[in-house]
Design a protein around this ligand. Structure first.
Ligand code: UDX
Ligand code: UDX
Length: 469
């Protein structure tokens, strides 16, 4: 018989843990959900009486938190207590790409996962179902299981894999009405009971046929595969954007034409300055690393090409700005509209903007950034993280402003890096009047109305469209 869950703990109050637990708490008022994190400042922000100040910006999330927080949703740094009380523990800590040692730059760093497993093993006095929410390399559950089962204090553990498919910016929507929920577990009767306990939770609001169950390894691998396939679509269309620019084909028209083939489908065919986000690159590198570690060279090379193409697309965008501005941007002002890796999020991890800025700073450009949701401190920390130049130099050459018109004032060129809706509605005539001439726009998101801007007088370059003559 599957166990009725009354108390859930989630370790990691980030972009995944926070919204996911908020929605579970909203949909299951009888289950107490406690989200814990080592980071006191982050927990304090989740507890801010003003729900607009919670640390993750997601449309609609403030309302979900307002509804459930204090009722059955709690945010705390008392990790041990929450673990001990819960029957089900979600692990939702970050698994960054390793920056040291073997597998550096490729493999997932699992140290936080291992720390969580050890902490659960140390604290638990009653049986637990441990759910991997973080994206993990296939067979990680085995390591977690080993750590948990070798404590010898008589506590039984079941490990489930329940990867998250929400996309940032639409997290609440995706959680409320997911295409599917995936739950992997052991094929033993005890494993299947644990699976059922989690199925029962999601079934409160997700139609049962959308809750898929598999073995642990299929579930772990499916998450990496889903992200690899999605990223591959973006790299595929981006590879064609370059060909379109040379041939006079228009990549949006090509995308529309192929997307109407139901076998291909219309989504994820938008050419861009390159994909970003915390998952795509990390998960593909992971897949590549795993394939290599099994000696599968062709498989590894195949998927690695998706990353190579993406790096090329980011670099190509920066190079085109330099080339178009008469082969030098030194001392010129370039205005960046957008820094987040996509619209409707304040997340900047792996954002294309970071790499484009880095390339332009190498060319001694001056950059002014405006993003509606990203604070200056985040922009600087993203650049400093690359360690291309000193933090002082980054501050000297790059400025972050809170007004888009100020960002564009006296600029030689504008680069659109994120597809924020508000950019479309600006007074572009006013922007034009305040810029250096000729005034260039490099639209890395095919967001703006090219015809309208050209009419005002801008020289407009759009990814995947032939350059204006
Ligand atoms: C992360 C991964 O990026 C993603 O691949 C995975 O699927 C889920 O976890 P995200 O929620 O976006 O996604 O990460 P992040 O916003 O960095 O949040 C992780 C949180 O875990 C941080 O707040 C961090 O302080 C916390 N943490 C980390 C702990 O509480 N304990 C630890 O040992 C490590
Ligand atoms: C992704 C997956 O979609 C999600 O299922 C998984 O759980 C985590 O990783 P996310 O990174 O939040 O979600 O955003 P997503 O909407 O997938 O976009 C990723 C990147 O691809 C963004 O930089 C986006 O701008 C870019 N993109 C997306 C394109 O350039 N073109 C497209 O057509 C779609």
């Amino acid at each position: 018989m599957s166990k009725k869950i009354t108390k859930i703990c989630c370790i990691g109050a980030g972009y995944v843990g926070g919204p996911t637990m908020a929605v579970i708490a909203q949909k299951c008022p009888d289950i107490q959900v406690t989200v814990v994190d080592l980071n006191q400042a982050r927990i304090d922000a989740w507890n801010d009486p003003d729900t607009e100040k919670i640390p993750v910006y997601e449309p609609g999330l403030d309302k979900v938190v307002a509804e459930a927080r204090g009722r059955n949703l709690f945010f705390s740094t008392e990790v041990d207590k929450a673990i001990d009380e819960a029957e089900m523990i979600f692990i939702s800590v970050n698994t960054p790409t390793k920056t040291y040692g073997s597998g550096k730059g490729m493999a997932a760093d699992l140290k936080y996962i291992e720390l969580c497993a050890r902490q659960i093993a140390r604290v638990s006095t009653t049986d637990k179902i441990v759910v991997e929410k973080s994206t993990l390399p296939v067979r990680t559950a085995e390591a977690v299981k080993n750590i948990l089962q070798n404590t010898g204090n008589g506590v039984n553990y079941q490990i489930l894999s329940n990867p998250e498919f929400l996309a940032e910016g639409t997290a609440v929507e995706d959680l409320h009405a997911p295409d599917r929920v995936l739950i992997g577990g052991d094929t033993t009767p005890e494993g299947q009971d644990a699976v059922q306990s989690l199925v029962d939770i999601y079934s409160r609001w997700v139609p049962r046929e959308r809750v898929l169950t598999t073995n642990l390894w299929s579930s772990e691998l499916s998450k990496l595969t889903a992200n690899a396939f999605l990223a591959q679509r973006v790299s595929s269309i981006n590879s064609l954007s370059e060909l379109c620019e040379r041939t006079g084909a228009d990549v949006s028209e090509v995308a529309r034409s192929i997307g109407t083939d139901s076998r291909i489908g219309p989504k994820f065919l938008k050419s861009s300055v390159g994909f970003g986000g915390s998952c795509f690159q990390k998960d593909i590198l992971n897949l590549v690393y795993i394939a290599r570690s099994y000696g599968l060279r062709e498989v590894a090379d195949y998927w690695e090409q998706v990353i190579i193409m993406n790096d090329h697309q980011k670099r190509r965008f920066a190079n085109n700005i330099v080339k178009t501005l008469y082969n030098t941007v030194s001392g010129k002002k370039i205005a960046f509209l957008g820094w987040a890796f996509k619209k409707d999020t304040n997340d900047t991890r792996e954002s294309a903007a970071i790499y484009v800025a880095d390339d332009l700073l190498n060319e001694q450009a001056g950059i002014t950034v405006y993003d509606p949701k990203v604070p200056a401190s985040q922009v600087y920390s993203d650049l400093d993280y690359l360690e291309t130049r000193s933090s002082e130099k980054n501050k000297q050459y790059l400025t972050v402003v809170e007004d888009p018109y100020e960002a564009c004032k006296d600029a030689h060129a504008i680069a659109v890096l994120t597809e924020w809706d508000e950019f479309k509605d600006y007074d572009w005539k006013k922007i034009y009047d305040n810029m250096k001439k000729p005034a260039f726009v490099f639209d890395g998101r095919s967001l703006l109305d090219q015809a309208k801007l050209s009419e005002i007088g801008f020289k407009v370059y759009v990814i995947g469209k032939e350059a204006v003559k």
